[in-house]
Design a protein around this ligand. Structure first.
Ligand code: FAD
Ligand code: NAD
Length: 467
């Protein structure tokens, strides 16, 4: 039987990053993945394929709607080849997952393909069809991720009533896509198919979309996406979903208790994801699972069994790839005897619609609730030369800073490339910068980043220069 310093169950951005860091720290490392391909949700059916389709559909929309205003005329029809678009996405995924296999090899990490299940706290049985083997591990990191969740009365048929996984592999563009849940997946994939020609209706239970982000972002994104043609039904509680032939019917009640019926040909259910621990046999190792199905961990991501840790979507906190990766590094370093730290307040959140939405730190709602006195500086993208040059004038950068100390407490953005711009805010906040610190840094002209400087000036003393 092979013995390892660390075995990692699950090869998503939590698991594979943990494996690399363990190997870098000199530990004999194994990674176990039930699928033949490494990379988990993120690389196979999450972050990477969704971004590939967002980029492709963005090009299509630009060619259809915006090239002309730039003086580019296309003679002949612009045609969508969905099959090719999906094939390109598959090849992006393939290149990316092969990259992980290369990294495992380079770092001398043993890869086991098969379902990993605890026999006890130090032995894991790996089952791949008829092949069964057991390895011994001094430490184990559970990184088994999550799966789409649904509502109790919805039967996902994965044909017309679908999750993000099927929505990334469509054979046709829906005529009318009904999206249940105006969160990240619903908006990103809703926008993909809207760009490709579908009518898209987003039905959201809360009174705003992306309800965990700053409410100014919900408002702005909904305004822009409405302008693009997406329909929104907020404060709508879905009560039933049914299918007859090619027709899907969704019923909901609005805030006045009036029943509303939606008819479409596809329904995307995007109401969140749930931790995945099926088949893991955590009970054989004595590992505690919470009522909500998560692996219970302490601040060091250690379970109630001292040599077993858990990271990523299967534990509490944001279900984000970069959060899972940070946790993978943290646990590897803890096992190696180091004292690493993660500031969860500074894990950024991004929605890759266009305009993009990005956030870090506290929202205005959170500051109000915590009774923290703050200043707010906001700068609209339309006032930037760079935005006018590209034609991306929607959105803003908003900086919230402490009223007394001027320390930046939250940065919230909507606009072109803000998924990348948020890194500046994270850096500033990691170093506990004040709004004035940011306002005194030189920002290249013309860039979208100038909006960060201008918002910082606005927060400092209402001193924005270009508005
Ligand atoms: P996962 O990536 O889910 O990996 C878990 C792995 O464990 C899987 O490969 C699974 O097969 C394997 N496994 C489970 N049980 C066992 C077992 N018993 N034995 C062996 N293997 C097992 N996040 C972002 O930060 N940015 C984005 O842009 C983004 N886009 C997304 C788009 C979509 C459509 C979706 C669905 C998600 C997106 N996410 C995004 C979320 C992101 O994918 C997850 O937060 C991330 O993948 C979590 O990583 P993880 O390592 O915890 O788990
Ligand atoms: P989400 O939590 O982002 O959004 C779910 C939405 O569904 C919420 O707005 C919620 O209010 C709504 N909802 C819940 N129950 C409902 C009901 N009965 N009727 C109508 N609406 C209802 O979840 P998601 O969009 O499914 O994404 C799952 C996870 O994947 C998220 O945690 C997210 O972090 C991650 N993800 C991240 C990215 C990214 O980082 N860009 C992209 C995709 C997914």
């Amino acid at each position: 039987m092979s013995t390892y310093d660390v075995a990692i169950i699950g090869s998503g951005p939590g698991g594979y990053v943990a494996a690399i860091r363990c190997a870098q720290l000199g530990m004999k490392t194994a990674i176990i993945e039930k699928y033949d391909v490494l990379g988990g949700t993120c690389l196979n059916v999450g972050c990477i394929p969704s971004k590939a389709l967002l980029d492709s559909s963005h090009h299509y929309e630009d060619a259809m709607k915006h090239f002309e205003e730039h003086g580019i005329e296309i003679s002949g029809d612009i045609k969508l080849n969905l099959k090719k678009m999906i094939e390109r996405k598959a090849s992006v995924v393939d290149q990316t997952t092969k990259g992980i296999a290369f990294l495992m090899d380079k770092n001398k990490i043993d890869v086991f393909t098969g379902m990993g299940a605890f026999k006890d706290a130090t032995h894991i049985k790996i089952t791949n069809g008829k092949k069964k083997e057991t390895i011994e591990a001094k430490n184990t990191i559970i990184a088994t991720g999550s799966k789409p969740s649904t509502l109790p009365f919805i039967k996902l048929d994965k044909d017309r009533i679908i999750t993000s996984t099927e929505a990334l592999n469509m054979k046709e563009v829906p005529k009318h896509l009904i999206v249940i849940g105006g969160g990240v997946i619903g908006l990103e994939l809703g926008q993909v198919y809207h760009r490709l020609g579908a009518e898209v209706s987003v039905v959201e239970y809360m009174d705003r979309i992306i309800p965990t982000m700053d409410s100014s972002q919900s408002k702005e994104l909904m305004k822009v996406m409405k302008k693009q043609g997406v329909k929104f039904f907020v404060s709508h509680k879905v009560s039933s979903v049914s299918k007859k032939g090619k027709e899907v019917t969704v019923t909901a009640t609005d805030k006045n208790d009036k029943e509303v019926t939606f008819k479409g040909d596809y329904c995307l259910v995007s109401v969140g994801r749930k931790p995945y621990t099926e088949g893991l046999k955590a009970e054989n190792a004595g590992v505690k699972i919470t009522e909500r199905g998560m692996i219970d961990v302490n601040d060091h991501l250690q379970t109630n069994i001292k040599n077993i840790y858990a990271i990523g979507d299967v534990v509490r906190g944001a279900m984000l790839a970069h959060k899972a990766s940070e946790e993978g590094v943290l646990v590897a370093e803890i096992i190696a005897g180091q004292k690493p730290h993660i500031d969860y307040n500074l894990i950024p959140g991004v929605v890759y619609t266009w305009p993009e939405v990005a956030s870090v730190g506290k929202t205005e709602e959170q500051l109000k609730e915590a009774k923290v006195e703050y200043k707010m500086g906001q700068f609209p993208m339309r006032a930037l030369g760079r935005s006018r040059a590209s034609g991306d004038t929607d959105g803003f950068v908003k900086i919230l800073s402490d009223k007394k100390t001027d320390e930046v407490l939250g940065v919230h953005m909507v606009g072109a490339r803000v998924a990348d711009l948020i890194a500046e805010a994270v850096t500033a906040m990691e170093f506990r910068a004040s709004a004035e610190d940011i306002s005194r840094m030189s920002h290249a002209h013309p860039t979208y980043a100038e909006a960060v400087k201008e918002a910082a000036l606005a927060a400092t003393d209402d001193r924005a220069l270009h508005i």
